[in-house]
Design a protein around this ligand. Structure first.
Ligand code: NAD
Length: 251
């Protein structure tokens, strides 16, 4: 599947990793529809890359169904879905203010895990309608996990659980969708310089960068986008999680 012939749905495409992916895919000639709850940024990026935008809450069934209908209408088909919409928080299981608020835990799971599954399952229905390529391929889904799925830090119970869920659903989804020619992959990023990270104090950013063995820097969101593009084109990759982290293993 060539990137230039891809019609991609990219959630979270208004910012960070999703935005970089949208820009990379469009630069390679792909059609792109951005799904994001941030209409201002989403429209701006979509206009800059000659793509489309649908304001979407990934946790909402009807909102995603409407966005996928818009994307199919604008692009004619969907052949790739990249789930980058997500949130992060830092709350300890029991902290100064008492137990972890249950609603914050549930919200994190709802957006990062349930939202990714919601978009994937509805997009898969559309992708299954594509004419198959000679090898039977009809599309690819790329979910975004995190190295926190494996090396979660203090305060990351909710976030790490949501990303562990993304890792866990990768293989069964790939098996479920095998007969339709749709592959399912996940990317587990290390620490990337996105607005999610830019909010941290400068010294914390520098410390995080110094902890990355090689290269000793934060990831460039464009590198995530290029990996997503590689996964689209590499048809034998399926049911696997790829870490992109400069060998970072957080203790
Ligand atoms: N930045 C990193 O270092 C890093 C590392 C590992 C994993 N990740 C994961 O990568 C993904 C993207 O992170 P980022 O750093 O680009 O963050 P970001 O905050 O820059 O972008 C996230 C985007 O998701 C959108 N979004 C949030 N909730 C949404 C919802 N309910 N419906 C629709 N859109 C919604 C936001 O509006 C925003 O545009 C997240 O899943 C994050 O957990 C990021």
């Amino acid at each position: 599947m060539h990137l230039s012939a891809t019609a991609a749905l990219i959630t979270g495409g208004a910012s960070g990793l999703g935005e970089a992916t949208a820009r990379h895919f469009a630069a390679q000639g792909a059609q792109v529809t951005i799904l994001d709850r941030d209409a201002d940024r989403g429209l701006l990026v979509a206009n800059e890359i000659g793509g489309h935008f649908a304001q979407t809450d990934v946790t909402d069934e009807s909102s995603v169904a409407a966005a996928i209908a818009t994307a199919t209408d604008k692009m004619g088909k969907i052949t790739a879905t990249v789930n980058c919409a997500g949130i992060a928080n830092g709350i300890k299981t029991v902290g100064k203010d008492g137990p972890h608020p249950l609603d914050a835990f549930q919200r994190t799971i709802d957006i990062n895990l349930v939202g990714s599954f919601n978009v994937s399952r509805l997009a898969a229905v559309e992708m299954a309608k594509n004419d198959p390529e000679p090898d039977g391929a009809r599309g690819v889904i790329i979910n975004t996990a995190s190295i926190a799925a494996f090396d979660g830090q203090k305060g990351q119970a909710a976030y790490a659980a949501s990303k562990g869920g993304v890792v866990g659903m990768t293989l069964p989804m790939a098996r479920d969708l095998a007969s339709t020619g749709i592959r399912v992959m996940a990317i587990a990023p290390g620490i990337f310089m996105t607005p999610m990270l830019a909010g941290l104090p400068e010294d914390v950013q520098q410390q995080l960068a110094a902890d990355v063995p090689n290269p000793a820097r934060l990831g460039d969101p464009h590198e995530y986008g290029r990996l997503a593009g590689f996964i689209v084109e590499m048809g034998y990759l399926n049911g696997e999680v790829i870490r992109i982290d400069g060998a970072l293993r957080m203790r």
